[in-house]
Design a protein around this ligand. Sequence first.
Ligand code: FAD
Length: 474
Amino acid sequence: MSLAPAVRRVQPDILPTHVPGSRARFDEAVRLVGMAALWLSLLLVTYWWVAGGGLSELTDAEQALTSLGRETGLVASVLLLAQVVLMARVPWLEQAYGQDRLARIHRVVGFTSFNLMIAHVVLITWGYAAADLLATPGMFWYLTTDYPGILLADAGTLALILVVVTSMKFARRRTRYETWHLLHLYAYLGAGLALPHQLWTGQELLASTARTVFWWGWWIAGAAAVLIWRVALPLYRTLRHRMVVTSVVREPAGPGEWLVSVYLAGRHMDRMPVQAGQFFSLRFLSGKGWSRAHPYSLSAAPDGHSLRFTVKVEGDGGRAIAALRPGTKVLIEGPYGRLSARPRTQRKVLLMGAGVGITPLRALAEGLAYAPGEAILVQRCTQAPLFARELEVLSAERGLQVLTLTGRRRGDDSWLPAGVGAVDDVSALLAWVPDLPERDLYLCGPDAWVGRVREVALQAGLPESQIHLETFRW
Ligand SMILES: Cc1cc2nc3c(=O)[nH]c(=O)nc-3n(C[C@H](O)[C@H](O)[C@H](O)COP(=O)(O)OP(=O)(O)OC[C@H]3O[C@@H](n4cnc5c(N)ncnc54)[C@H](O)[C@@H]3O)c2cc1C
């Protein structure tokens, strides 16, 4: 059986031992330390507020307003800086959480920080207006024009209002992703413009050496994280590997579906710290729209020479990729993502993907180490399965068990296609994978489908720690 071009003899990763993976434990420790650092910071600023008389001031209306205004401002600032660190692509956080989970935490912390910031502005101004609500707008103007740094802070608040309003679901639905992403960058401006008034009027930063170290520590950590992992590292990797497009190939797909695979090659590819299943944010220097990065997962295991991505052509990003010419230069960010050998804890694996979400699992089916029969791949597709030929070869060469489930979903509350009969979701999964609890489940596809499979797997007795998932919508 001749090998399909994409199924090359790639050295799979080292088989894990039977004990839970040390990397999984390390990631767990990172999550714990991260959460502890955030909560300790919030407790510390609250302790300083109490120690500074914050609680005792609550007995007087006017003082209570300014005191609560101070506390909400302090907590909002810590959360705002945590926001910046969360989305700075810090490798340990990225690997411990995965970007989709970080994006969800980012959303909760973002809205909380914003609401507290608004409370801070209202309470402090109202308090300075001697608790006189009618005098508050006038006081706001006075603070803006007379207090150092407040005008900048107002501008920062407006930038953050813009970011938050455009991130609300009603607005996201009506805004092109690229436009939303561009507006979201104003969050950095908003955060930066808040600093001067903290220095000049807040006094908190300067009240003691400990506070100065604490606040400057957070600010420097936030700025450094963005500069190192969102700017310097992608630039370094782009210049080091100088990747270019080598070919764009149309993939066999169902009627009306358009999928292409784009192959990239470059320098020192054997030294790129990339694993099967991971994704990159790619910018192709092919003219209009080059500045827009789009995340795509590897659809074949990295072989030390080239990378392959397979793209469902839906919007302008996909169309631009389908029209790429060999030799086009690529700016890369990444690799990112938790769908790799890293969180693996078991010898046996179950790979489940729907639609174009099968791409990282196709790469894992090639890149992961497993003995014949230890890996099962379930592909859910509406029409023709993707990579059918390649999966056949992997099945013949590596003993991968492949199950293809074709057809429309039988309902929003089921992961199965219509036509599988009356069997319930859990029994169906256990019938196909009776030893499910002994496996790591790698899962990727549309949000709702991924959510349903995860639910079913948990009901079927799979521990949460053995479920590794990624969705293609943040
Ligand atoms: C981690 C990850 C891995 C992915 N891997 C693949 C893959 O291997 N193959 C594949 O076909 N698709 C993949 N996607 C989805 C792909 O990134 C989007 O379909 C693509 O960015 C859409 O852009 P467009 O211009 O073609 O379509 P548009 O019509 O502009 O966008 C369609 C939808 O895609 C989302 N989207 C658009 N631009 C971005 C962006 N820059 N970042 C994130 N989401 C965006 C938006 O929700 C938008 O509503 C992945 C997404 C993520 C988050």
